[in-house]
Design a protein around this ligand. Structure first.
Ligand SMILES: NC(=O)c1ccc[n+]([C@@H]2O[C@H](COP(=O)([O-])OP(=O)(O)OC[C@H]3O[C@@H](n4cnc5c(N)ncnc54)[C@H](OP(=O)(O)O)[C@@H]3O)[C@@H](O)[C@H]2O)c1
Length: 229
């Protein structure tokens, strides 16, 4: 299948949590990590998030650094990469930051469970909407569609369910994690990959390709996802 190069980036605690059990988007990244994430966004053609992260946290997903935005423009690109949302039932508020900040091209992949009023609203806000027939968005079809829209490098910024589904389907090439020196604990606190989980025999193998030990106490891990033949 012709699809973009896909990498997941997360900030997690030493116990693998990407948020507390309160699920309010707890701050985990250090200042240096935020700069790294900004650079990754600036180097990507599109940035994607899953439905719950999108609707509960309404992330802007823009490039924060003016210099990085200018650099993109110098390369003939828009200042911000395309924003992509994957959501079974879209329910954006009229003042959504995701929809309105940064002037980026926006593509929402959703299903028939999104109301006609919401579809009309999204389109009136210049978002492109792709409605899939099934109960959930078909992620393989979505990847192909993104490639057809010219996306070569796709950054996935969570959350746990979307990360897992993409990994399970073999749609991820690389996983990067900033591991912060802290523990959240909590049975219901999300980890990097949630969903239905895999049997031990079906575990997705990774190969460590890079790591850094930072002065802020954090560790940066970069893995290549090994192809299972
Ligand atoms: N620290 C970090 O780096 C980081 C980054 C991002 C998010 N987070 C955290 O992650 C948590 C949210 O994660 P989450 O697992 O609850 O949700 P999520 O992965 O953000 O969103 C998952 C939702 O996407 C929708 N979806 C539609 N089609 C899908 C498909 N084919 N496969 C998978 N999902 C599909 C589903 O909506 P329906 O349920 O309506 O079907 C699903 O619930 C938050 O606490 C957030 O703060 C942390």
């Amino acid at each position: 299948m012709d699809r973009p190069y896909v990498f997941i980036n997360v900030a997690m605690t030493a116990d693998g949590k990407i948020d507390t059990s309160a699920r309010r988007g707890a701050a985990i990244s250090s200042a240096r990590d935020k700069e790294r994430v900004d650079k990754l966004r600036a180097e990507s053609d599109a940035v994607m998030v899953g439905g719950r992260t999108l609707l509960d946290e309404d992330p802007k997903l823009t490039v924060k650094s003016e210099a990085l935005r200018a650099e993109r423009v110098g390369r003939g690109l828009p200042p911000n990469p395309m924003k992509v949302g994957v959501v079974t039932r879209a329910d954006f508020k009229s003042h959504s930051k995701f929809l309105h900040e940064g002037g980026a091209r926006i593509v929402i992949f959703t299903t028939h469970r999104t109301s006609n009023e919401q579809l009309a609203f999204l389109r009136s806000q210049n978002a492109e909407v792709v409605v899939h027939d099934g109960e959930r968005v078909d992620l393989q079809e979505m990847m192909q569609a993104l490639r057809e829209l010219g996306i070569k490098r796709l950054m996935v910024e969570g959350g746990a369910t979307l990360n897992f589904e993409l990994i399970r389907l073999g749609l991820v090439d690389e996983v990067s994690a900033y591991v912060a020196p802290m523990i959240f604990g909590g049975e219901t606190a999300p980890t990097m990959a949630a969903g239905s989980g895999l049997e031990r025999s079906g575990a997705v193998p990774l190969r460590l390709i890079h790591f850094e030990n930072w002065d802020d106490g954090g560790v940066l891990l970069q893995y290549k996802v090994e192809k299972v033949s």
